[in-house]
Design a protein. Structure first.
Lengths: 259, 495
């Protein structure tokens, strides 16, 4: 990647905080939606006295679910101030503001104290972090020993992806710097974490691609989007679908315990 | 020598529920088992006098069970019309044990019709005036008032029959219902008068009721089998007339096995392209009233019709684009909404995760209650085209559809699949939550399937006409030796 790390981060913030992302991705910013989030939450084994951190929390939907499902306190961190503000609003509307707080922050330098969290969730985000080792180190730093991390992410064998899926545009769509699932496990399996389980959810990615394509088509009906954009978007989606079928692109999750 | 102990054998079905039903022959209330076998859901019941009955309830057990989650707690009406005395389904209605208010009220304005279809749950036709009835304006006024007393702010009223458009006062009835503030007034019709009577069309256009337009397919054989006549030219003219006059239409297709199953896809394509048509209601033929001989274990159910749509229009719809309707019992009705622009059709289910909002059984917080409320209005028995507006206008909503969509009303299309119960399949568990009610001339609100299956229709017809009306028995294969025709074309039992 020739792009500077800062440039990528800025671009991610702009893209994921934008109304366009909202419109395209709808109520869920990651494959698998709330159902997969619930699956990830379970092994964290959190209770009402626990504190959990949601890294790259977006507008806070998973943070809210985390708080509701487990009764724990959640600190959400996101690089986009717009997302953080929206997440805070959502927590207030849900009447959960006393258990949820959101901070603008970088996953590679979390604004949290060491050994302060009983669990961590990070969905569809690792692939967008330019310095993945730094992000993993940070997760390890804020988790208490024995606490678990539930992480889901795009998986990709980037060398075998078509060029169109390796551009900047695709980067923010979580593709270009995604890693194969075993590489993610390796990244986590250093001295800080013990990987407990690895799961593939490629079908959830196909469903998300369908969702984005449906939304693109509907947008084109409103004239909010040109037919050229629709074609470009649809052709990227078709490439992504082919890549999932070929096994070079997918979605996966890891449960790891802080050693 | 050792004796081998006898081996116990497992049953070949899963027992799902014990409920109540009726004997299809004598209509007495009897217990009924619901079992799943080979992924089919089957009702089994025994009448002490008439023996064992089995009927297919739903042809996909997985789907049947999955849909149970979409069971919204009912809403109490403002008023019940009867008391609990003998228990469901003998106290209709509504009695205070009924679990849901009326989303949709039906007034049958007459029993006569300009057709004599081989299939008619209302047993209507060209019979003499002494065999039926025709409501007066005073009667309709009273019935509307009873409906309003029960509902306060009624959602949908449908005028039906017979053929309501041949009632000389039908326009006055529509105007009266509208003047009472009922939100949506629908007119059920076979379309013949609209096709042939210019003046009638013009008068109707002034009132603009939504038309519930019988439309079963494109083939001559389909028309002959279901309607007894080739009505293709009338249907085409009627629909074109509706478009000219600015009337909106729901196509209502009765689907029967071996008759028009193959036409489901073409009906969808035709409806989506026709300027007057906003929605299509598919109904597996109801085996109440008059119908051709059928096998209760081989009938069509909602699952079959949804699968036919998915198989015949795969470019637009898939099975999971249909959402069970939570206001009634969720296995009775499923619906799908889609955005349409030329040949691009995008079902709503592709845009948001409806499961997250309409699962009422899991003890979970819904992501956004405004979205749930809007979805409840869309996926309801009272939904008429335009019901999606609440969702699209929902500002706070977490699904983030672009605001421009709210103005695309004419581009939203609705598909409904509705299975009505008959004397074989009647299940009080479903019936007690029914939200489609027949309003009777004496002011009761009777669940549609109870009205057609339990004997209420015959009672009302006898009361209103003064004629004797034989209890109708399904024209089912296993009952053939018992049956004899009634003078309306339906069947009854000898003796």
């Amino acid at each position: 990647m020739s792009l500077a790390a800062e440039e990528i981060k800025t671009c991610c913030v702009a893209a994921y905080g934008s109304p366009a992302a909202r419109v395209l991705l709808g109520d869920s910013f990651h494959p698998g939606g709330l159902n997969l989030t619930r699956q990830l939450i379970r092994p964290l084994a959190l209770g009402c006295r626990s504190v959990a951190v949601d890294v790259a929390c977006g507008p806070g939907r998973s943070s809210l679910e985390l708080a509701r499902e487990t009764g724990c306190t959640v600190i959400g961190v996101d690089l986009s101030a717009a997302n953080v503000a929206e997440a805070q609003r959502a927590a207030e509307v849900a009447g959960l503001a006393d258990r949820l707080s959101f901070l603008v922050g970088d996953a590679e330098a979390l604004p949290l104290e060491a050994a302060s969290a009983d669990g961590a969730l990070s969905e569809c985000a690792l692939c967008t972090f330019p310095d993945k080792r730094a992000a993993v180190r940070e997760l390890a730093r804020v988790l208490k020993p024995g606490a678990r991390l539930a992480l889901s992410d795009m998986t990709a064998d980037v060398a075998r992806l078509p060029d169109e899926l390796r551009t900047l545009q695709a980067w923010v769509a979580c593709i270009a710097d995604a890693r194969p699932l075993d590489e993610i496990a390796e990244l986590l399996g250093g001295e800080d974490f013990v990987v407990e389980s690895l799961d593939r959810h490629d079908n959830a990615l196909v469903q998300l691609l369908d969702r984005v394509e449906a939304r693109l088509k509907v947008l084109a009906m409103t004239a909010a989007m040109s037919s050229g954009d629709l074609e470009r978007g649809s052709s990227l989606i078709a490439l992504a679908r082919d890549a999932v079928a070929a096994g070079t692109l997918g979605y996966g999750s890891v449960i790891a315990r802080r050693s | 020598m050792a004796v081998q102990p006898a081996r116990k054998v497992d049953r070949d079905e899963v027992f799902l529920e014990l409920t109540r039903s009726i004997c299809p022959v004598c209509k007495r209330v009897i217990d009924a088992e619901i079992n799943a076998k080979d992924n089919r859901v089957i009702m089994r019941k025994r009448c002490p006098e008439h023996g064992l009955f089995e009927a297919l309830v739903y042809s996909d057990a997985d789907l049947y069970l999955a849909q149970q989650r979409y069971n919204k707690p009912g809403t109490l009406p403002l008023e019940f019309q009867t008391e609990v005395k003998d228990g469901c389904p003998l106290d209709c209605g509504m009695c205070p044990e009924h679990k849901q208010h009326a989303c949709l009220g039906i007034i049958e304005v007459n029993t006569s019709c300009n057709l004599d279809c081989p299939i008619c749950f209302a047993d209507s036709g060209h019979h003499g005036p002494a065999d039926g009835y025709s409501l007066t304006l005073e009667q309709v006024d009273f019935m509307l008032d009873r409906f309003i007393a029960a509902e306060g702010d009624p959602e949908v009223l449908q005028f039906s029959g017979g053929e309501p458009t041949i009632h000389p006062q039908i326009l006055e009835f529509v105007a009266l219902a509208q003047s009472k503030g009922i939100r949506s007034v629908m007119l059920n019709t076979n379309g013949i008068r609209l096709a042939r009577d210019r003046r009638f069309g013009e008068e109707l256009a002034k009132l603009k009721p939504h038309l519930y337009f019988q439309f079963d397919g494109f083939e001559r054989e389909t028309h002959l089998a279901i309607r007894g006549k080739d009505l293709r030219a009338d249907k085409e003219r009627g629909l074109d007339r509706a478009a000219e006059l600015g009337l909106t239409v729901t196509l209502v297709a009765a689907i029967e096995q071996g008759v028009n199953e193959h036409e489901v896809g073409e009906i969808v394509r035709f409806g989506i392209r026709h300027p007057a048509v906003r929605s299509i209601a598919f109904q597996p033929v109801t085996h109440s009233g008059r119908h051709v001989e059928f096998d209760p274990l081989q009938r069509l159910t909602n699952a079959d019709v949804m699968k036919l749509v998915a198989a015949q229009v795969p470019e637009w719809f898939a099975l999971d684009d249909f959402v069970p309707v939570p206001c009634c019992f969720p296995t009775c009705r499923s619906m799908s909404y889609a955005f349409v622009d030329g040949d691009t059709v995008v079902p709503f289910t592709r845009l948001l995760e409806i499961d997250d909002y309409l699962d009422y059984l899991s003890n979970r917080v819904v992501p956004d209650y405004d979205v749930r409320h809007a979805l409840e209005q869309m996926f309801s028995s009272s939904a008429t085209p335009g019901a999606e507006k609440a969702l699209l206008a929902c500002e706070s909503c977490g699904i983030d559809l672009p605001a421009e969509l709210a103005h695309l009303e004419q581009k939203v299309f609705m598909l409904i699949v509705q299975d009505f119960q008959d004397p074989y399949t009647l299940n009080v568990r479903q019936l007690m939550k029914c939200c489609v009610e027949e309003i009777t001339p004496d002011g009761r609100l009777i669940p549609f399937c109870a009205y057609n299956s339990v004997g209420y229709r015959e009672q009302v017809r006898a009361q209103m006409s003064g004629a004797e009306v034989a209890p109708v028995v399904p024209n089912a294969l296993p009952l053939q030796s018992l049956l004899q025709p009634t003078r309306f074309g339906s069947k009854t039992v000898a003796g």
